[in-house]
Design a binder for this molecule. Structure first.
Ligand code: GRF
Length: 192
């Protein structure tokens, strides 16, 4: 039986699409659901194009977890992948899917993590502080924002004339390369 993934995203969904494409013809892994809290997010268009069902959840529904849990169970979801999902998961969900929820963060955690640290906010802070390097962190999710056990970090350099655009592109490149591979390894229970 293939392992089933649900991807949660609130924005553009380029990582979600990349993961779906990576596992498209894979007999061991299948993306069965894309979950979003924003109906007008571009990820919804991507999901339609990829022919993957979309589940919409409000913040209240997420926190109650009742209907979402049913949807996850009905689809026999084994693992949850957060790819730019901006709401904090409720404790009950984190407990039910302990070590089965992965998140990607666009910095070298613990630096530039926590509440409010997402998207451009992260990269702008990195540039403002004149960091020499940045990168990505893939980690398990626990109750605290960006504090779960790290699975993988990959670095990139930040040059003197780096801009928001160039840094974003570097980070996206790392994400595209490493997120699907890391998911695959975790699903196979391999050491990274
Ligand atoms: C990515 O940079 C990811 O690290 C962060 O949110 C962003 C999502 O981008 N968690 P996209 O929606 O996948 O394009």
């Amino acid at each position: 039986m293939p392992k089933k993934l649900a991807i949660f995203a609130s924005g553009s969904g380029s990582n979600a699409e990349n993961i779906c494409r990576y596992f498209k013809n894979n007999s061991s892994v299948s993306v069965v659901l894309i979950c979003t809290n924003k109906l007008d997010a571009f990820v919804v268009k991507r999901a339609k194009k990829l022919n993957i069902p979309v589940t919409f959840i409000t913040k209240t529904e997420l926190n109650r977890f009742y209907s979402l849990h049913k949807a996850l169970q009905n689809n026999k979801v084994d693992f949850i992948i957060l790819a730019g999902f901006l709401l904090k998961l409720p404790t009950i969900m984190v407990e039910k899917y302990r070590n089965r929820i992965l998140n990607i963060h666009p910095s070298l955690l613990p630096k530039y993590g926590g509440k409010g640290m997402y998207g451009n906010n992260v990269h702008e802070a990195v540039l403002e502080n004149k960091e020499l390097e940045s990168g990505i962190s893939i980690h398990f999710v626990n109750q605290n924002y960006d504090k779960g056990e790290l699975i993988l970090q990959e670095k990139c350099s930040v040059s003197e004339n780096e801009t928001l655009e160039t840094l974003t592109a570097k980070i996206h490149q790392l994400e595209k390369k490493h997120f699907p591979l890391t998911i695959e390894k975790v699903l196979k229970n391999k050491k990274i």
